[in-house]
Design a protein around this ligand. Sequence first.
Ligand code: CU
Length: 182
Amino acid sequence: MGFVERSVVFLMVMMVAIKVSNAAVHKVGDSSGWTIIGSIDYKKWAATKNFQIGDTIVFEYNSQFHNVMRVTHAMYKSCNGSSPLTTFSTGKDSIKITNYGHHFFLCGIPGHCQAGQKVDINVLNVSASAAPTKSPSALASPVPVASTQAPSPNNASPLIVAKGAFGIIGLAMTVLVFSIST
Ligand SMILES: [Cu+2]
């Protein structure tokens, strides 16, 4: 492979590595899993998590006794599992979050949802607490800046993005040069 090809491959590997490292896996109910035993408060569980796009939600349960149905808000509220959007039933279902907003799930076995086996995965479109390398849309949003410090706050966002990109490329190039010279 030539230098250019190697550079491109290396950069792609870097991008994938960065993407993977940002994504989290959330096991519903933590060690208890997806169950009606112990009356787990899945609302409470979800409230302690910071769900992001790219994260994976894992439902672990005994497939003889439970399942997982993705439903609408109305179905979630009324525990109606008669016409789910999707049904999962492997006993270990991994669902990747691909969009913002609420993702409603319940167990479709009669009585289980009423007993509390339901969860609302809410993916917030905010990243005030997120790392600076998160989505560009978050960086582009207007940030209140003291007028004495920055007379033109509109210029701040592209600068941050550019700095982040140069940082990644710079790091990649450094490693690349190192790998070639050895
Ligand atoms: Cu169940």
